[in-house]
Each structure stands twice: as C-alpha cells, then as structure tokens.
Ligand binder design. Structure first.
Ligand code: SF4
Length: 455
C-alpha cells in the first residue's frame, strides 16, 4: 500500500465536512509526527486502557502507522451511526488531532460555533467533542432533549475556569448582590461552568466569547447596571475599555480561592467608595497560556517588520502595544486575508499558531509565535485541551458503538468534574432542568445579540 493510500478512507464512510467552518490547514502528510505527547497509561480511564496499550505499542506515530489503527475502530463507528453522529473539536487543540477529527468528517470551530451545533442540527443525535469540558457542557445546555453529548476526556478542564469555580465566585456575588441588588448583572465569558452561566441568566445577564465580547459589553453598558464580569480579568478589561469604561471605573477582585475568602468588609473605606463608583467589576482569573506574551516580544517583532496580532486574553499592555487584537476567528481571518510576503506575529494559544504557520507556508506568508523571541522562551499550547488524543477518540467512538461508553464521559448541564480524581458531581433532574433553563437564557441572549450584530 502506498503512503498516500494509507491516509485515505473510503469517501462513502465519512460524514460530509461542513466547509462553512474552516479547515485547520494542516495536512496529514506521510511521515509527520501525529501525537504531541504520549501520556502515562495510569492517566487514562479504565475502559480506555486497552486502546491506549495498543496505541502505545505501535512502532511509531506516523500517519502510515496510526491511521490504519484508528480506522479499524473509527470507521465501523461512523458506519454504525451515520449522519446521527457529529465529531467536534476546538482549534486550540494540537493540529494533528484537529486534522484527525476533520479526517473523520468532524468539524473544527471556535467556542461560539461549537456551542450552536446541537441546537442547529436536530438531526444529529450523538455529539462527540474533543475539547474542554465547559465547551461540551455548553452544547449540552443548548441541546434538544433527544440529543446526547459526550466528551472524549471529561478531565479536560480549563485553568481559567478552574480559578472561577462556583464555590469561589458565589460568596463574592452574594455580597455584591446584597449591596447592589438588581442593579448588578453578571456577564460570563464562555469559559465558565454551566452553574455560573446560570448565575448570569438569573441576573438578566449574558454569556460572551472573545469574538462577540465587544457586542455583549456594549449591550451590557446600555442596561445601566453594574457589570460583574467573570472569569477573565483581561478580556473583561480589554472589552470594557473598548466600550469606554476606563481603569478608574473598573474594580478588580482576586480570582481563585483568594477571591472567595476576601469579604467586602475587608475593603478599606476608599476601596468601597471606588467599588461603588465602578461600572465594571472583574473576577481576577486569567489564562496562563496568554500570560506569556509581553510588550518586549511585541516590540521585537514589530522591529522585524511583522504585523503583531494578539488575543484579548492577553494583558492590556500587550493588547495596546499590538497592531490588532481579537478572537481566534479574527486572527484566522487576518491570516486568510494575508498576501504572499506578509509577515504576521500571532499571540495566542500555541497549537493555533502552529496550525497558522503550517497554513501560511503554502500561501507564502510568514507567521511566527509572538513569544518565540530568541532568549525569551516559547509560546504555550493549551495543555488541558490537549488531554484529548488519538486513543481517547478511538476508545470513545468504539465504546459508543458497542453501547459500553463510560457514563462519566456523558455530559449534562450542571456537571462538575474533578480534573484530578475524575469524580463527577451531577445535579438531580429537577435542579438540572432549572439550571439549564437559566444558563440557556444567558446563552440565547448572547446568540440573539451576536446574530443581530452580523446583519
Ligand atoms: S487556552 Fe486558556 S482559556 Fe482557553 S481552554 Fe486553554 S486554559 Fe482555558
């Protein structure tokens, strides 16, 4: 068998790829290294271990070896489910995994597009998501009753979300609500649990993503309420500045357990006055992946003739120093519009930039990671997103086909999974229905505002 035939599977056996969502731009070429990291065997769920053992014993990680192994399990699953199955992934995942999901007819998208898939595709009954838990949970909140959402690794969390668990945020929210009553509104970034999204819904607030944060913040300001933005302090501050909320009207609380343990009574009189005057209150979480970027790096690439574009999860200083800032979609659009000879330095998640570099090469565009300044260290990939690898995808689909998929991988609204132990806390059906309705209200407000802004 030739190497090119090894990377083909029969067209009739794969789902149609929706080209309205862009391709990763990564091609599975013979000899390339497929897997970014092999994780220790004891890290996998028991049911997945036989698949992992097979995977680890493959002689190498090239498409010539890995793809026939994956086909052996995945093609029968695709045959079994047909169009009732949809595979999804976020493009912050390792490029090779992105391409594998695409190869089997799956769709790659940002968190906004991922969230819409169940609602917009009632014909699909089973969604299998290879990304982080809050993304799968959001799909589960918006899904139709007959649909199921599964995640290939339930312990795939998000460090930003981990610093904004319900138990951390609620004590502060309760105090703020006591002080400001219905004048307080919660705006949640997509990177939150369904429990916090429900809190946004209860206060008449909305969800936002990095691609629509400006639109949502504009709407929030027009409501004339105090905005409590959770969890990313940098996206909150950057978006607030875009709608005219300056630093003097912005109040930052600590994130994580420090935020939970800091009562308002611990604030000085001057701090309380400033809190009362502030229009934007920020929970102090952040994404470590986006904290590696500095103004020195930005200036380095500008001196080399690069146009520097960064994600708004970067600090205000970095966003101000760059030539542009925006969501993953904004960054990808800039890449697609780039002309041969253009030079772009991109500051966001490392796998995305790696995909961008591969995509740009064919266009004659030079792309670098903003953090890759000689002597200044390397940009980071999202380690939690990358907890989804080829054996996770293979095992999930094969076990689903056999009707033996682990219950832990099924995602429902309100689920909380301990990323260390894998222990899942699930609400009873009645509480789940209430939570889903509240979170859905906040998500639907985001969708309505975002779609209206596109017209
Ligand atoms: S890149 Fe950062 S914010 Fe995004 S999922 Fe990973 S840890 Fe969370």
């Amino acid at each position: 068998m030739t190497s090119s035939s090894l990377v083909q599977i029969k067209k009739s056996r794969v789902l149609e790829v929706d080209r309205s969502m862009h391709s990763s731009g990564i091609t599975l070429t013979p000899g390339m290294n497929i897997c970014q990291t092999d994780l220790p065997l004891d890290w996998y769920q028991e049911e997945f271990k036989p698949y992992v053992q097979e995977y680890l014993s493959l002689p190498d990680r090239t498409p010539e070896t890995v793809l026939p192994w994956m086909d052996r399990y995945i093609v029968p699953a695709l045959d079994y489910f047909g169009p009732k199955l949809m595979l999804l992934a976020h493009y912050y995942m390792g490029g090779e995994i992105v391409k594998l999901v695409e190869r089997y007819g799956g769709r790659i998208a940002d968190s906004y597009e991922l969230a819409l898939q169940a609602e917009r595709r009632p014909e699909v009954e089973v969604f299998v998501e290879s990304a982080v838990h809050f993304m799968a949970e959001t799909i589960a909140i918006l899904k139709h009753p007959h649909q199921q959402v599964w995640i290939t690794n339930p312990k795939s969390g998000c460090t930003m979300e981990a610093l904004a668990k319900e138990d951390m945020v609620l004590p502060l929210f309760d105090e703020l609500h006591e002080r400001y009553g219905d004048d307080l509104m919660v705006i949640c970034y997509m990177n939150t649990s369904g429990r916090l999204k429900a809190l946004a819904g209860r206060t008449g607030g909305a969800i936002c993503t990095s691609s629509n944060a400006y639109t949502i913040m504009q709407w929030a300001v027009a409501q004339n309420k105090k905005i409590f933005f959770v969890p990313d302090q940098h996206l909150g501050r950057n978006s607030g500045r875009k709608v005219g909320i300056g630093d003097d009207e912005t109040f930052l609380f600590p994130g994580g357990w420090e935020g939970a343990r800091r009562p308002l009574s611990a604030l000085s009189g001057a701090e309380r006055d400033r809190l009362d005057r502030s229009r934007l209150l920020l929970w102090g979480s952040y994404c470590g992946v986006h904290m590696v970027f500095t103004t020195t790096q930005v200036e380095h690439w500008r001196r080399q003739g690069f146009r520097v574009l960064v994600h708004p999860e970067c600090t205000v200083d970095v966003v101000d120093a760059a030539d542009g800032a925006g969501s993953t979609k904004y960054l990808w659009d800039a890449l697609q519009q780039a002309k041969p000879g253009d030079k772009l330095a991109i500051g966001t998640e490392g796998h995305f930039v790696k995909n961008a570099i591969a995509y740009a090469k064919d266009k004659g565009v030079i792309v670098v990671n903003v953090a890759d300044v000689p002597g200044a260290g390397l940009g980071c990939g999202c380690a939690t997103m990358s907890r989804n690898d080829p054996p996770h995808l293979v095992a999930m689909l094969d076990l689903l086909r056999q009707g033996r998929a682990p219950a832990l991988n099924r995602v429902e609204a309100g689920d909380v999974v301990d990323e260390d132990t894998g222990h899942r806390e699930r609400l009873d059906a009645a509480s789940r229905a209430v939570l889903a309705a509240e979170a859905r209200a906040a998500l639907e407000r985001m969708i309505a505002l975002t779609e209206a802004a596109k017209r």
